[in-house]
Design a binder for this molecule. Sequence first.
Ligand code: NAI
Ligand code: UGA
Length: 565
Amino acid sequence: MEMLLKMKLLFINKFRSIQLNNLTSNLGFLFYPTIKRNSDLKLFILWVFKEISPLTQLHQKTTSLPFSFSATSFTGKGIEIRERIMVKICCIGAGYVGGPTMAVIALKCPAIEVAVVDISVSRINAWNSDQLPIYEPGLDDVVKSCRGKNLFFSTDVEKHVAEADIIFVSVNTPTKTRGLGAGKAADLTYWESAARMIADVSKSDKIVVEKSTVPVKTAEAIEKILTHNSKGVNYQILSNPEFLAEGTAIEDLFAPDRVLIGGRETLDGQRAIKALKAVYAHWVPEERILCTNLWSAELSKLAANAFLAQRISSVNAMSALCEATGADVAEVSHAVGKDTRIGHKFLNASVGFGGSCFQKDILNLVYICECNGLPEVANYWKQVIKVNDYQKNRFVNRIVSSMFNTVSGKKIAVLGFAFKKDTGDTRETPAIDVCKGLLGDKAHLSIYDPQVTEEQIQRDLSMNKFDWDHPLHLQPMSPSSVKQVSVVWDAYEAAKGAHGLCILTEWDEFKKLDYKKIYDSMPKPAFVFDGRNVVNPQKLREIGFIVYSIGKPLDSWLKDMPAVA
Ligand SMILES: NC(=O)C1=CN([C@@H]2O[C@H](COP(=O)(O)OP(=O)(O)OC[C@H]3O[C@@H](n4cnc5c(N)ncnc54)[C@H](O)[C@@H]3O)[C@@H](O)[C@H]2O)C=CC1
Ligand SMILES: O=C(O)[C@H]1O[C@H](OP(=O)(O)OP(=O)(O)OC[C@H]2O[C@@H](n3ccc(=O)[nH]c3=O)[C@H](O)[C@@H]2O)[C@H](O)[C@@H](O)[C@@H]1O
């Protein structure tokens, strides 16, 4: 059969059963790969656009899921289409989530134009420079391969929002520090202002996607803001929470365990889900894209973080018992994790979990439980945070009590400040609480982290709790620096002349340090407090150190000392 006819038939068959409203998204997402490979492309495209254009115009007028169209252009031998039916995505919030997720969408979907916008000029400038604002393995390559092609970073928030078909909102959702729910509830100020701005500037229908982690039922509130200010524009709200972990963000985005999309159970809601699903379907296998109702998607994100944090608090609670009994927490978690029902991941005892989300999201969950009259459930989850605080306090108390009950005037070297390895992020890092605890006992700290700057460490140590979770320009600008803290760029320099050395982040390089050299540079007795179980305590004891490792059998020096917070 003549190729052109074949293609027309294929086209007609393929789209016969599809409603007009879905036609264009299907054209864009499904059909393009087929026609791209055909030699009769030019004639076929002309046919499609002659016949289909009127329909697409109609589509734009009638559907609640608008898609932008650009003219096709033919180059060279008439084979290549440079521009075609194109979806435009805009992401509000160019942070740890917005930046990497959008970069990966742009990489995997060359047909989609992605604009990432932010009110922070310095952040956007950094995204447009060689020095990206966040450190994340693999991110540079992804950004470099799409930036300026189909990935753009801009402060022109309103323009990109107005042009977009799908708007992701990935702004801060900090813990409230004042008023109703202070210390627990999520502060939705930034979300609300983003929603109001979307309503102000939108002239065409939009799919608005919750990417930030938000309380259950936020979509309802957002829907109200948008529809009450809609000026005839239709909005569909989807919940598409993000599960990436920092340090492995690109890996996680390339091969997610699952992508979760929640939407309304109406026809329009289901269409919106389909449109977003089509974006992820470019690289995520169909069975990994889970579609649910809105509230399940919103709650699943809070539940997932709560479950993960709960595992860490469980193993950390065990670590205290190990120290009291002579058991070794690494052996216990290995034995427990061998049970396939439990699994081995996320069972590493530590000085406590950190990061921008676990604590915030559990507090948020606790607040939601309380508001729904479920105090027992709220208390259950609250305990996860209490154990985490206990673990950090216990660590500080171990240091102070080992060193003759005072660290006043003593130099303590701190290795690692980020909340985990392979990131420069310090939000809610346990290092802040440990350092503040030691400073409270008048220690002098010499801190080294391969990815965290002096300015950041000083800010973190002088900022109030939760102040960090706001756009940069709204954070306290020049907090006074803490005098007993120096920040150095080498672990050996940090340790020189220190009475004790504590390891607070599990950077690989801390495993390979020359601890004999370090020992020789320290006054005696020399102590190592390993909050991440990165060193071999036995080897260090052979050098001469007094060693405390979380959840490991205690050094004889520590045995009679008070252990608990
Ligand atoms: N960091 C992480 O690994 C993960 C974070 N999340 C959630 O994603 C959300 C964002 O988190 P991050 O990216 O870490 O935060 P972030 O602080 O790195 O980024 C948020 C960005 O939003 C911008 N912003 C705030 N209000 C704005 C507005 N009205 N218009 C334009 N830009 C605005 C800020 O300037 C900031 O650059 C939070 O809800 C968080 O809980 C979810 C999964 C993982
Ligand atoms: O919502 C979020 O922000 C994200 O929170 C976590 O990701 P992240 O905080 O980047 O890093 P994790 O690897 O989960 O580590 C969190 C903290 O727990 C600590 N941890 C982790 C694992 C473990 O076994 N023990 C332990 O102490 C880490 O050192 C770190 O301080 C979740 O893993 C992500 O799925 C989620 O998307």
